[in-house]
Design a protein around this ligand. Structure first.
Ligand code: DC
Length: 225
């Protein structure tokens, strides 16, 4: 089979990662979460005691950072040098750090080749913000997943609460709106639906229905027969 690339973009909390992972497993291909790369860069900046909102300081860290994605048992893990930081990048402070560093052009350039390389070698579902527009403009299938900010914040809030986090719904919503703004208004590769992407709004859909909607789009293209 030829390499098939499926790009899924959309704002935070639209359900991209859960849905993309399920779709990838349904078609027997890997799932690549590109947000994890930006999160790892952000965590690395924080660990060095530098300011993620200062582009010059962020750029400085790129000279020494060693970041890689490894697929262990089909599951993506992200490494800083030899340390598996897959859990550390999920902490709350890593989200805003990732959003900040992702606005730095040098960071996007740094990660561009890494993402392209994985997609060239592997059939995959790759999710992010600029996959269909910038990273994989030639992806065979592009999907833009979205939902209202309130529904996305509620989903994230439930997830955080299940993990024992004490943030309020109001804080999660405020954070979500701020990140949406950052991600959609940055000068380089802002979050935007590609002209040839299929829009799926999951506001009124359950997770199962959302997964099915994505699978239906992929099956409709008949690449996986
Ligand atoms: O999907 P996520 O929440 O893990 O992404 C973390 C941040 O990284 C998010 O604020 C936007 C940014 N990001 C990006 O700019 N481009 C991508 N392809 C993926 C994520």
């Amino acid at each position: 089979m030829n390499v098939i690339n499926i790009a899924i973009d959309g704002p935070s909390g639209a359900g991209k990662s859960t849905i993309a992972k399920r779709a990838a497993s349904r078609f027997g291909i890997i799932y690549v979460d590109t947000g994890a790369l930006y999160r790892a860069i952000g965590v690395n900046v924080l660990r060095q005691g530098l300011d993620t909102a200062d582009p010059a300081q962020v750029e400085e860290t790129l000279k020494t950072v060693e970041i890689s994605l490894r697929f262990i048992g089909g599951e993506q893990r992200v490494f800083l040098r030899d340390e598996d930081v897959s859990e550390a990048i999920r902490r709350h402070e890593a989200s805003m750090a990732a959003s900040n560093v992702s606005a730095v052009p040098a960071v996007r350039e740094f990660l561009f080749g890494l993402q392209k390389d994985i997609a060239r070698k592997n059939s995959c579902v790759m999710d992010g913000r600029d996959i269909g527009t910038v990273v994989l403009p030639d992806a065979q299938i592009k999907i833009f997943l979205t939902a209202s900010a309130e529904v996305r914040a509620k989903r994230r809030f439930d997830e955080l609460r299940a993990k024992g986090s004490s943030e309020t719904y109001g804080e999660v919503l405020e954070d979500m709106i701020k990140r949406d703004y950052n991600d959609s208004n940055r000068a380089v590769a802002p979050l935007r639906q590609a002209d040839d992407a299929v829009l799926i709004d999951t506001t009124g859909l359950t997770l199962e229905q959302s997964v099915q909607a994505v699978i239906d789009v992929i099956e409709g293209r008949k690449y996986f027969l």
